[in-house]
Design a protein around this ligand. Structure first.
Ligand SMILES: [Zn+2]
Length: 146
């Protein structure tokens, strides 16, 4: 049995070699079959893949992407707004029509990519929350939907 992290395989989940993590995340591709089924809404995961039945709810990406993106995007946009204001001196309404929609778009699409990437990586690494392993090494929440 080959369980090394760099094997590119998770045992029962074949990984399409051509699909990179970022491509799968950006397009919302299922990490098992490559169908465009990962998201049910703007940033919400579907319950499971409509093509192969992979249960997306068994992966827990948590709130890490949201906190990181809020800080990173907020920093970049604040600096951009300050530089723009110092260079052009636009009226306030120009700032409002530029930065408010840009922030919303970047946060939503960035969150979608970050959550998707974490789900793909969790799936490929067969990652689970700590404590979900039985003492004999078997998975407590393992489903056999192959
Ligand atoms: Zn699938």
């Amino acid at each position: 049995m080959n369980d090394t992290p760099d094997s590119g395989s998770t045992g029962d989940i074949p990984v399409p070699a051509a699909a990179s993590v970022m491509k799968a995340a950006a397009l919302g591709l299922c990490p098992r079959c490559g169908s465009r089924t990962m998201f049910a809404g703007l940033v919400n995961f579907a319950d499971k893949c409509g093509s192969c039945g992979l249960d997306y709810s068994r992966f827990n990406v948590g709130d890490g992407p949201a906190a990181f993106l809020t800080l990173a995007i907020g920093t970049v946009l604040a600096i951009a707004a300050i530089v723009f204001d110092q260079a052009v001196h636009p009226p306030f309404w120009v700032h409002a029509i530029i930065w408010v929609p840009l922030t919303a778009i970047l946060v939503v699409y960035g969150l979608r990519i970050a959550k998707g990437a974490l789900l793909v990586v969790e799936c490929r690494r067969d990652a689970r929350e700590a404590g979900s392993l039985e003492t004999d090494g078997s998975r407590r929440d393992r489903d056999d939907d192959t």
